[in-house]
Design a protein around this ligand. Sequence first.
Ligand code: CU
Length: 399
Amino acid sequence: MMKSRRLALRALAATGAAAFLGSCATNAPQDTWQPKGPNAKMIDDLQQPVFAVAGIIGIIVAAAVGFAIWRYKDRGQPIPEQTHGKPALEITLTVIPALILAVVGVFTFRVIFDLARTDDTQLVINVTGQQWWWEYDYPVQNEWGITQPIISSGQLVMPVGTKVLLRETSRDVIHSYWIPALNGKRDAVPGRVHTLRLEADAPGIYAGQCTEFCGLSHANMRMEAVALSNEDFAKWVAGQQAAYQPPAEGTLAKEGESVFLNQCVRCHQVEGLKRADGTLAIAAPDENVWSGAAPNLTKLMSRNTFAGAMFNLLRDACRDDVWRADSAEFGAKYLAGVDETCLNVNDLRAWLRNAPEVKPMYANPALLADTNGKYRGMPNLGLSESDIDKLVAYLLTLK
Ligand SMILES: [Cu+2]
């Protein structure tokens, strides 16, 4: 008896401490209680009062149950008088919650409809989920200077103070797009297009996470929204559309370009890259990858992360510098991209050496039977260290 009570008390204390400490995180970029844009703010304005009301009711109910347990526990006393039915009390206890729920419901419906609006959209970005990364493609929108489609991955770049509409879908299983600081979640479902509004108040990076279990590396399917001032966004757009610059003859990067043509271009597109015979190299990921796509690497070094935002492309010090920059400096720092001194060369080399070792993927030949010989993720290509040297030099030119 004593022993089980002590055990129960300890369990209670441990649960309480865990809940309390869990609320103490200072660096919590995916905190749902810190909205950074009007859509997330609408949800927050709804959940704060509902949480307060539900909290008060929860405490009253828990206290009443506790009191009943304590007051009427079996001490050998005779069974109290049994009664049945108290219409006045029962009706009151049914009507009060119904009224509370009706009020909550009215406000909730309003927010649901406001969040579903698409008629005030200023910029459209198509978002496609696949195991285990997100692709962003910006259809031609002349008013934003987007005169040819831009295809990117990992980081969604958008202008601040702008009503951005994501049109989401998936190429394999169901995923879910969630940037907690900017809005709630929206599932990305194969064969369907779901919309999600995003708008950020200030420049900066807003972290997110795939929130629909999608297989082995679900936990490693991350994403970031990067908000830039209108002026910086225009620079980013221009940079993304800039023509391909082949590496100079006789450089390590030039050797890397030919390794890339041999090993990588069957899956990865680099816009403007030409084969030795002068023809454009066109990737055929649909023949090699189960989802039918691999990240477009044309401007790889303009992003800060890679492989589903799981790894930083920037070394920690450089990444912190961008991540912590204040609004005024953020754009310039982000647009600087990745150069040799800031490249997180260790993680990039580890990726090229053996991708499935650093990010779990079904890229194992033994598992290819059920996917028609196509990889889920990037396979181990068995590259030599000198080929990796060349590739790193080449990838650094993709900006
Ligand atoms: Cu996913």
